[in-house]
Design a protein around this ligand. Structure first.
Ligand code: DC
Length: 224
């Protein structure tokens, strides 16, 4: 839609546990923009398919699940078929399964329109792997947010423990490495730092500093 193109989008892509979700939400809040956690959609497909006992090799059924996903986002909660699944989709098993089924073209295609529908006034901040490259190629500001694998494992560990989910730091680091490998080397919409994205390495930045970098870039390039 022509009109959509006038609604500003900030995309934050990056590897797992880089902190992109936290930063994206803070920036959205500061600007009064909408927020899309695209990874949650892949995690929801993963949750639903494991509930249904679908085989990971069954691309058609997985794509069908992605097309028919009955999901809603309210405040900070995620609902699948009216059941609150906010924490259920955050487990590492769900993340690993999401990463595997995200390599299927059929699954990705089924989620495109749903993601673009989040583009509403006054603007959108979104995080994922292909937000700037595939879903919102005309975004006004594209960021590639990353941090060292060690720091990302520590952050993910802290996040899980705070949610009361059991975790092991070494196993997490290994899972993060494997997931990075799969997400960056798949054929379709791989995670890559594109030339039109600005690099934000948060290894030694606080959340506040990272949030401010994004806001400064946005104000410099795009805010009236
Ligand atoms: O951001 P996350 O860890 O919640 O995402 C879970 C998985 O979903 C991730 O490992 C790869 C996939 N994903 C994707 O392929 N494209 C996106 N835009 C977002 C997530």
């Amino acid at each position: 839609m022509m009109y959509d193109k006038m609604i500003p989008v900030i995309t934050i892509d990056g590897p797992s546990a880089s902190g992109k979700g936290t930063i994206a939400q803070l920036v959205a809040k500061e600007l009064g923009f909408h927020y899309l956690d695209s990874g949650a959609l892949y995690r929801l497909v993963a949750l639903k398919s494991s509930q249904e006992g679908v085989n990971i090799s069954d691309e058609d059924v997985l794509a069908e699940i992605a097309s028919n996903l009955d999901v809603s986002f309210e405040n900070n909660d995620v609902f699948l078929e009216n059941k609150q699944v906010t924490d259920a989709i955050r487990t590492e098993q769900c993340g690993v399964l999401a990463s595997k089924l995200a390599s299927y073209q059929g699954v990705r295609d089924s989620l495109v329109a749903r993601q673009r529908a989040f583009r509403k006034l006054p603007g959108l901040v979104t995080d994922g792997r292909d937000m700037g490259s595939v879903i919102f190629p005309d975004a006004v500001l594209k960021i590639y947010l990353t941090a060292s694998a060690e720091v990302r494992a520590q952050r993910r560990y802290k996040q899980l423990i705070e949610k009361g989910i059991n975790a092991n730091i070494n196993a997490l680091q290994e899972e993060i490495r494997e997931r990075d490998e799969r997400d960056s080397h798949r054929e379709i919409a791989p995670l890559q730092k594109r030339l039109d994205a600005r690099l934000l390495d948060t290894t030694s930045l606080s959340i506040f500093q990272a949030q401010n970098s994004v806001l400064e870039w946005y104000r410099a390039c795009c805010a009236n």
